[in-house]
Design a protein around this ligand. Structure first.
Ligand SMILES: Cc1cc2nc3c(=O)[nH]c(=O)nc-3n(C[C@H](O)[C@H](O)[C@H](O)COP(=O)(O)OP(=O)(O)OC[C@H]3O[C@@H](n4cnc5c(N)ncnc54)[C@H](O)[C@@H]3O)c2cc1C
Length: 411
């Protein structure tokens, strides 16, 4: 018998706060049963956010995979990702060269471009049920102190075969002021991250082994293999465990796999008059950085103002100050919106960063049977999409040049 519990708020308490636009504005399509008996599988994925869903889709083609989430699929940090899916990394190439060789940086940029194509291929196969659109990317600054960095980055990309264009104040095609910016015609895409996660789950090969409202409380090893135990005492016996719990690492009894931050977002009411060149994904590289994009119903989503993630639950009063600051900065960019446009949604969530901007993907330091699949950085989703082959190759004991770049043992 299929059993359901309604427990939607489970994820919302500690790592996410507010009213995430993507899951509040979307009908929830399907609910999965919770685990009520012991099961066996080759690979157990713990966490049904976008990372777990991506891993599950690809791994379930080759392995016997089960996926569990302690709440509802896609309602953790995934629900508040603004989903600007850009091929570049968070830092400039000139800052990344402390952690990666030039060839590795180029490989990471190419990996981002390939991930955009991989998402497009998936959408072509199953239909566009997640508001997907290819978009140009625009990384800019309006501060004289960041101009040099942007120009250096532009020449790095140009000289290494990446197609891009430099805009300056004299040829600025955007409706807000810039000093300079890098425009990449085929640099990214956007989607509704909550719906994309659902699509990944619903089109995977293991429908009978997806469980919601199934909280893993303990991991142990026995002579039969690795065992994950739920809060109701059900056991999942498996060869490998993939941790895709986002930035909640309580199941590993860990609090420090990488640095954690909170990033804040606001969503406007629908606006008819304002748009910009090709609805590009816009990233202001000035510190503190901001990011913005349009939504299919004419709204603008605007985010940034990151702060260090310290306290749980996230402080309400701190969030309100951040949302007010974001609204002020948005109206500075588009003064004509002031008084006409409302802020309909405000939310924030936790994300992690690493020195080379890449996720923690591969064998953990804790145990070689425990693998991590934790995407990091502002373009974590692109990272996750790009490196499913890393996990496949680790499981099949094959070499892959990306293993080293993403290894959780490097941090
Ligand atoms: C405001 C904001 C904006 C962002 N914008 C972007 C962006 O523009 N582009 C981009 O690429 N990335 C962006 N990100 C980052 C992106 O959201 C994350 O990289 C991504 O959502 C992480 O997905 P996840 O599946 O790892 O985590 P989550 O979505 O948090 O999923 C983890 C899941 O694990 C489950 N879980 C945890 N513990 C257990 C347990 N013990 N047992 C069972 N289940 C468990 C949780 O219930 C949860 O559903 C943004 C993040 C935030 C907060």
């Amino acid at each position: 018998m299929i059993k359901f519990t309604i427990n939607e708020n489970n994820n919302f308490m500690e790592y996410v706060k507010g009213k995430p636009y993507f899951c509040y504005s979307t009908e929830k399509v399907k609910q999965y049963k919770y685990l009520d008996c012991d099961i066996k599988c080759e690979v157990l994925i713990i966490g049904g956010g976008i990372d777990g869903a991506i891993a599950n889709y690809y791994l379930s083609k080759k392995f016997d995979v089960a996926l569990v989430d302690k709440g509802r699929i896609g309602m953790g940090c995934t629900s508040c990702a603004t989903a600007l899916l850009e091929y570049q990394l968070d830092d400039f190439a000139s800052d990344l060269n402390k952690y990666m060789t030039k060839d590795e940086i180029i490989m990471a940029y190419n990996m981002g471009l390939e991930a955009v194509q991989k998402i497009e291929k998936f959408i072509k196969k199953y239909g566009n049920n997640c508001e997907f659109a290819l978009r140009p990317t625009f990384l800019y600054t309006n501060s004289i102190f960041t101009v040099q960095k942007i120009k250096q980055e532009y020449y790095f990309r140009k000289n290494n075969g990446f197609d891009c264009k430099l805009y300056e104040s004299k040829n600025n095609p955007f409706p807000f002021p810039i000093k300079c910016g890098i425009y990449v015609e085929n640099g990214g895409c956007e989607f509704n991250p909550y719906l994309f996660t659902k699509m990944m789950i619903e089109n995977s090969n293991n429908q009978s082994k997806i469980f919601e409202n199934t909280n893993i409380k303990e991991l142990t090893k026995t002579h039969n293999g690795n065992v994950a135990i739920t809060n109701f005492g059900e056991k999942i016996v498996c060869k490998k465990i993939l941790i895709a719990t986002g930035f909640n690492w309580e199941v590993l009894n860990k609090s420090d796999l990488c640095d954690r931050f909170i990033t804040y977002s606001i969503v406007t009411s629908p606006i008819k008059e304002i748009s910009w060149k090709e609805k590009a994904l816009v990233h202001d590289a000035t510190s503190p950085y901001h990011y913005l994009r349009t939504l299919p119903d004419g709204r603008i989503i605007f985010g940034g103002e990151d702060s260090v993630f310290k306290e749980k639950p996230i402080s309400e009063s701190k969030c309100n100050k951040k949302y007010d600051k974001l609204a002020k900065d948005l109206f500075k960019l588009f003064p004509e919106m002031k008084g006409k446009v409302k802020i309909d949604y405000k939310f924030c969530g936790c994300f992690g960063t690493t020195s080379n901007n890449l996720g923690l993907i591969g064998e953990s330091k804790i145990d070689s049977d425990i693998l991590l699949f934790i995407s990091c950085g502002a373009n974590g989703i692109i990272n996750a999409m790009a490196v499913t082959s890393v996990i496949e190759d680790i499981l099949m004991k094959k070499d892959n040049p990306l293993i080293k770049l993403f290894s959780p043992k490097r941090e």
